[in-house]
Design a protein around this ligand. Structure first.
Ligand code: GDP
Length: 444
């Protein structure tokens, strides 16, 4: 769903890569690009304004971090602001202390309400609950039957008025369903209400009456994410007409621009609890603002990676190592220190797995072996401090000693030393190209 937005944001942020510093003009230009990307994705204007203002202020406020360069800091800020717009913390369902809890669904016809009732019921059973579906859409022909069908697929019973007793009063059905839930020991009641193609007063009144009669623990507003800007207007109408405590986004699998998802929370002030992304009952999950944000930024879980890096890397040590890379003075001691810091963050394959695009290189990742790093560490540890800071002195007899001491073949010690020289040279060249401190520009 967020493909276009995701592509746009990713390329805007990529343009910042390799910059040593960001000027105010850089920040302004980036903010302008992000603004266009959001507007094109159909995000509501007030939401775009709030978002851009926050990103600009923070990016200019130079939040200095030892582990991140300016471009990474902007990525971090954009991500954090996205999470905020999407609601911050994951919000869980509020359930009653004394069952049954009542969850009422409201939304336009076609928003995916009935499908959602089945998905939610199924999901709740996987969490150990025993829900009862309640058919209170008594206007649309076939609505009751449709709910019964999804109920059966979800393995959850449906409470509905007896056929042949006239149309029935939805408020009355809702009220009676709670007695039925108590009797049959269902701990949650999910009430499906009538929807219309457009917002209308009678529907609102009926939903408000059901709410009044059943005092739900949650009223979930179900909204089709593909309806774009209209989602915001509809949400406001439901907020004023019925009131709701949470939002469910449906059809996130569609190819629309996704602005609804980014606007609804901020505009209505109510959190998004669930997201539906397909027609099958399993295509449904709790909504996590942080995961959605990283999906939008096409980032894998780079942010977790950045946060972990901030925790394990000592700013001064990292800067000292960077300076040595530039001047070609990096030693095996520095190499060991950096390797130990990286490894504090967890198994290497996991770290690499958090990088964007990692999904496509699963096979290669499976071969990354931490045991190899254990051996490298053992070899370096087997060296004297003098050898670590000046590997040139490692002659044949020293190699034999190191190999013996660290339990590896002499060939492996040779490999490590040779590779270290190659890597040091390569890093120095790259440092020159990227303007590392101490490095000659253009590399050598
Ligand atoms: P209701 O009128 O609000 O009860 O909506 P329905 O549950 O009948 O859904 C309307 C249509 O949307 C049906 O064809 C559903 O199969 C489809 N639908 C519901 N949720 C999703 C979803 O998450 N993704 C997709 N692609 N289709 C959905």
């Amino acid at each position: 769903m967020f493909d276009t937005l995701s592509d746009r944001l990713t390329s805007v942020l990529q343009n910042l890569r390799g910059r040593g510093r960001l000027s105010e003009a850089d920040v302004d230009a980036t903010a302008r690009e992000i603004r266009i990307a959001l507007l094109e994705a159909d995000v509501a204007l007030p939401v775009v304004r709030t978002f851009i203002a926050a990103v600009k202020e923070r990016a200019k406020g130079a939040e200095v971090s030892g582990a991140l360069n300016p471009a990474q800091q902007v990525v971090k800020i954009v991500n954090e602001e996205l999470v905020k717009i999407l609601g911050g913390e994951t919000r869980r369902l509020n359930l009653a202390k004394n069952p049954p809890s009542v969850i009422m669904l409201a939304g336009l016809q076609g928003s995916g309400k009935t499908t959602l009732a089945g998905k939610l019921a199924r999901w709740l059973t996987t969490q150990g609950h025993t829900p009862l579906l309640v058919a209170c859409d008594l206007q649309r022909p076939n609505a009751v039957n449709q709910l019964q069908v999804v109920g059966e697929r979800a393995g959850v019973p449906t409470y509905a008025p007896e056929p042949g007793n006239g149309v029935g009063d939805p408020v009355d059905v809702a009220r009676r369903s709670i007695d039925e839930a108590k009797r049959a020991q269902h701990d949650i009641v999910i009430i499906d209400t009538a929807g219309r193609l457009g917002v209308d007063e009678e529907m609102m009144r009926q939903a408000a009456n059901i709410r009044e009669a059943t005092q739900p623990d949650e009223v979930l507003f179900v909204v089709d994410a593909m309806i774009g800007q209209d989602a915001v207007n509809t949400a406001e109408a439901f907020r004023d007409g019925v009131g709701f405590t949470g939002v469910v986004l449906t059809k996130l699998d569609g190819d629309a621009r996704g602005g609804a998802a980014l606007s609804v929370r901020e505009v209505t002030g109510q959190p998004i609890l669930f997201a539906s992304n397909g027609e099958k009952l399993e295509d449904f999950d709790a909504f996590h603002p942080d995961r959605m944000a990283s999906r939008i930024l096409g980032m894998g879980d780079v942010l977790t990676l950045i946060e972990q890096a901030e925790q394990v890397f000592d700013k001064d040590q990292a800067e000292a190592a960077a300076a040595k890379i530039g001047t070609g003075e990096l030693t095996l001691e520095d190499f060991l220190e950096q390797m130990l810091a990286v490894r504090k963050m967890g198994p290497i394959a996991n770290l690499l797995g958090m990088l964007p695009g990692a999904g496509q290189m699963k096979d290669q990742l499976a071969q990354v072996d931490d045991k190899h790093l254990d051996r490298l560490q053992a070899i370096i540890r087997g060296m004297t401090p003098a050898e670590r800071s000046d590997p040139k002195i490692i002659n044949a007899s020293r190699r034999a000693r190191i190999a013996r001491g660290s339990g590896v073949a002499i060939r492996e010690v040779n490999d490590l030393v040779n590779r270290f020289y190659e890597a040091r040279k390569m890093m120095q060249q790259m440092a020159g190209r990227f303007g590392f401190p101490g490095a000659a520009r253009g590399g050598s």
